[in-house]
Structure formats: C-alpha cells, structure tokens
Write a protein that binds this ligand. Structure first.
Ligand code: ATP
Ligand code: MG
Length: 433
C-alpha cells in the first residue's frame, strides 16, 4: 500500500471542519481591516527564493524542495517555502504598486524539508499578510493590532506573547555584524557547531541559538540596539508608542533576528508557552529593500544598476495554521459543528419523492444540513441516520405521500410523530442549535 510522504499530512474530516472554522474567523478579521485576498502559485523559480530569502539561510541552504520540470532550457523550480517572495513577485509583475498601496493576504500550503515533529511538518499552511507602500510605523502596528484581534476572536489572547526587535538598516546591521564577529571570533572554540558555521555565513543567526552555552557567551556581546541610527531608533520607538496607545503588551527581545534575510527595522513574533519548542505561531516584520532588490534583477537574472531602481516599503507577517490549531485544541477548543441536522430516510419504492423532499428542504431551509443515504433498505438507511449525528430524521413512505404528511423522529428522545409535509418549512418548528 502506498502511503503519504513523511511530513505531508492528510487533514481528515473532523480536523478539516476546524480548519474551515479557523479560516473563516481569520478571513473575517482581515476583511474588517480592509485587506484584500490574493491567490498565488505554489511553484516559483528557485532564483526568486534564493534572491529574497538569502543564500545563507536555513530555508535556502537545506529546506527547499527544488526540481527541474520538462521545459527547454530547464528552469530550476521550487515548491514555495514561504509566501512573501511570491507575493512581492506578483505585485511587481502586475504593477499593483502603481498609484496604490495594496494590503493583501493569502493562504495555502508551504513546503520545507525539515525534521517532522509536533508543530513542524514538511507541508504546512500559512496565512500571510503583506502591507505595501508605507514606511511609517503605523503600518507595522496595524498588522500587530490585527493579529491581536485574531487572538481575541479565537479565545487565545492570554496565550500569546508579543516579542519585538528592530534590525535597523542594512549598513547598521553590517556594522553590528562586524562587531559581533570580532567579539565571538576570540571565543570561537566555545561556540556550538551550528554557530561556528554561522560565524562566517550568517553571524546574526547566532543570536537566536538554542544552545545555553552560546547564549551565555552572548550576554556580554555587543548589542544591535547600540548600532541603530537615528531614523531606525525613532521608527522603533514610534512602533512601541503606538502599541502602548493600543494597550498591546510586548517584550523587547534583542536576540530576535528572524531566519530570512529581507527584513529591516521592526521584526516581531507571537509566541506561546503551550507548544514546546515550536513556540512561534506568527512572525513577521518590515522588508523595505526587497521590492527594489527583486526589481533590480532583469529577465535573464542579471543584477542591474541597483541605484536606478526605486524600492517600495513593505511590512508583513505569516501565521502557521497547524500550530495555531494545536494551540486552540489545547486551550480553547472550537465547538464541534455537526455535519448533519436532518436525515431524510425514504422507502425505496418512492425514493424519487424522498430526493425531491430533501432538495426542496435545501432550498427552503439554507440553515439546515440535510443528508440522505442511497436507495438501500429502510433498515440500512435508518442505521446511517443513527450514525449521522442528525437531530431529526424525516421518514417518507407511500402512506405519508398520500396524506401529504411526513414522519419525523427526534433522534435524542426516539419520539416519532406524523406532521404536515411542510412542517420543516416553518423555522420555529425546528431549529438546528
Ligand atoms: P521556526 O523557527 O519554528 O522554524 P521559522 O522562523 O522558520 O519558524 P517563519 O519562516 O517565520 O518560521 O514562518 C512563519 C510561521 O510559519 C512560523 O512561526 C510557524 O508558525 C510556521 N511554520 C514555519 N515552518 C513550519 C513548519 N515546518 N511546520 C509548521 N509550521 C511552520
Ligand atoms: Mg524554520
């Protein structure tokens, strides 16, 4: 028997019903902020991710699903590991920034070759939100405030802690990187293996090392905050002032650096203590340079004169839906929705009348979930009705058709009675909840 691939999960009906509920809560909050939905491809050119996420990141170094298809000449392609790169590509390609500041959201599967464990999979799902065109701190805060409202709507507001940092601008970060490397080079022997490697490839990632010994070394390391220029500093202070004005609590985490190269200034994560080491449910930040960086690459993939290309500010976040559902199941389970309110059982000889009855009920009572079984024996249909979770079973037979009546059975009490055929058309007679 061929089985699903490791880390690629089926989402079975019980669970999928919760996904639909969760997605509708999140989509509704996004609508309340006026964000528009966009649908993007799952496969992009590999180059898009290498150029945006960065060659020395975990994602590009070891997590991408890349392949070539049958086109000539062969083009390296990748299953998207995240959504921002594709969203930015689409926004540039379709000129959505001309005279506009789009606020967009998308949802769908992402793919990363990681070690599968609770809250970490190879196919997982994100809702991503991107706000384009404003360099001002209110855009950052709008996204954070929106996620705050999402937690409220999902009953999670006491479970999430907001962590905040500023990465400054690229030259500030470079100056800091040099200082950090100088500080750590002396102590290289004491670093964990990953951090030793990162010392040359991506030194800032050492800051979020999980190794206690490395964290101890970092206690006296230079601080990124001391390298921020006036503009970055003022921007970050305004972000905090707006959050305070909104009553949104936050913790400054100077070691929050994020795993993708495109961020600048504000970065944030919403973390929980209920999911073990897969603690980050939602993460994002500002990426003012990415649009210019991707625009400056021509069709052949060659870099053009960077100075000639204007960038556009942007800020975004992505939320991991599996982690969000694990958290919801742990602390605030969503009420189960029944897949069936009314089950229609029909004598096989008059089955077309049963089909007609069920169909008219679906027209007249859109609030009801009306299910039928196939035209098997009455006994087999009743068994299905029992299993369905329906609150009411309608039984249709020749006698009832002659009298313009139906039999109804209350599935909780077992009580059965004969009523007029249009009895269910009156909402007061039967409400599903
Ligand atoms: P982590 O540090 O846990 O690996 P990350 O920094 O790689 O996370 P992002 O790229 O910022 O994650 O993605 C945003 C969110 O998507 C994460 O906070 C998480 O909720 C979710 N996510 C990322 N990778 C996975 C995965 N492999 N399985 C499930 N969810 C994931
Ligand atoms: Mg990761």
């Amino acid at each position: 028997m061929i089985k699903a691939i490791k880390g690629f999960n089926d989402i079975l009906p019980d669970q999928a019903a919760k996904w639909l509920q969760l997605e509708s809560v999140l989509a509704e909050v996004l609508a309340r902020y006026g964000y528009e939905h966009i649908r993007l491809p799952i496969v992009e050119q590999t180059d898009l991710f290498v150029r945006s996420i960065g060659g020395a990141t975990d994602i590009v170094e070891k997590e991408m699903y890349s392949f070539v298809d049958k086109s000539e000449p062969p083009t390296p392609l990748t299953l998207r590991p995240e959504g921002t790169a594709g969203a930015v590509r689409a926004v540039i390609e379709h000129n959505l920034l001309r005279g506009d500041t789009p606020k967009l959201w998308y949802i769908g599967p992402m793919f990363r070759y990681e070690r599968p464990q609770k809250g970490r999979y190879r196919q997982f799902h994100q809702i991503g939100v991107e706000s384009f065109g404003s360099e001002l701190p209110d855009a950052d805060v709008e996204l954070i405030a929106m996620t705050h409202l999402m937690w409220q709507e999902l009953g999670l507001k006491d479970e999430m802690q907001l962590q905040l940092n500023s990465l400054g601008e690229i030259d500030e970060r470079h100056a800091y990187r040099d200082a950090l490397v100088a500080y750590l080079t002396d102590k290289e022997a004491q670093l964990d293996e990953d951090s030793k490697r990162r010392l040359t490839t991506n030194p800032l990632r050492i800051l979020d090392s999980k190794e206690a010994s490395t964290q101890a070394l970092l206690a006296d390391a230079p601080k990124l905050a001391d390298f921020l220029g006036e503009d970055s500093r003022a921007h970050f202070e305004q972000v905090q002032a707006y959050l305070t004005a909104l009553g949104i609590d936050y913790t400054l985490n100077p070691h929050l650096v994020r795993g993708l190269d495109y961020y600048n200034k504000t970065v944030f994560e919403w973390v929980t203590d209920k999911l073990g080491s897969q603690a980050t449910v939602c993460a994002g930040g500002r990426y003012d340079g990415l649009i210019g960086q991707l625009k400056s690459v021509d069709a052949k993939g060659d870099a053009q004169n960077k100075k000639a290309v204007k960038s556009e500010p942007a800020v975004g976040f992505a939320m991991g839906l599996e982690r969000l559902l694990l958290l919801i199941d742990a602390v605030a389970p969503m009420p189960a929705v029944s897949a069936c309110d009314v089950f229609v059982v029909t004598h096989p000889e008059v089955f077309s009348s049963g089909i007609r009855y069920a169909q008219s009920l679906r027209y007249s009572r859109p609030d009801l979930r009306v299910k039928m079984a196939s035209a098997t024996s009455l006994k087999a249909q009743m068994k299905k009705a029992d299993k369905s979770g329906a609150k009411l079973t309608v039984i249709i037979a020749q006698q009832e058709l002659d009298d313009s009546t139906i039999s109804i059975k209350d599935m909780q009490t077992g009580e059965q009675k004969v009523v007029a055929q249009d009895w269910l058309a009156t909402v007061e007679n039967f409400k599903p909840q």
